[in-house]
Ligand binder design. Structure first.
Ligand SMILES: [Zn+2]
Length: 117
């Protein structure tokens, strides 16, 4: 990095290219904030499977890092259940536990069978 003259405004020390990069970052930050707001209001649920008292949901998530370029992540499975009147959730992963997956697949098969008739 070449040394630059000391000035009062740090922005004036940036080259046109660096300013361009800064604007791009700013643009991206604003978009991430907007998307996060939207996702908080309306979380993206791609699939849902209730298994006993636990509901499994297949969702995309946002990590919350302002400089993340790979958001949303997933989708991943999350488990939701009630505990002492509160809704609890737990990250499951990319694949469901075997028994829950079997139930989900059975539901999908039933849906396909219904479509045929
Ligand atoms: Zn992310």
């Amino acid at each position: 990095m070449p040394r630059k003259k000391q000035t009062s405004n740090p922005l004036t020390q940036l080259s046109e290219k660096e300013l361009e990069q800064l604007r791009a970052i700013d643009e991206r930050l604003r978009r991430v904030v907007q998307e996060r707001r939207a996702s908080l209001a309306r979380p993206a649920v791609h699939a849902q499977q209730t298994f006993g008292s636990i509901t499994f949901r297949y969702e995309t998530v946002r990590c919350g890092k302002a400089n993340c370029t790979r958001c949303p992540h997933g989708p991943y499975w999350y488990a939701y259940w009630k505990e002492g009147g509160r809704t609890r959730s737990r990250y499951v992963g990319r694949v469901l536990p075997e028994n829950a997956r079997a139930a989900h697949e059975a539901k999908l098969r039933a849906k396909l069978e219904k479509r045929k008739t």
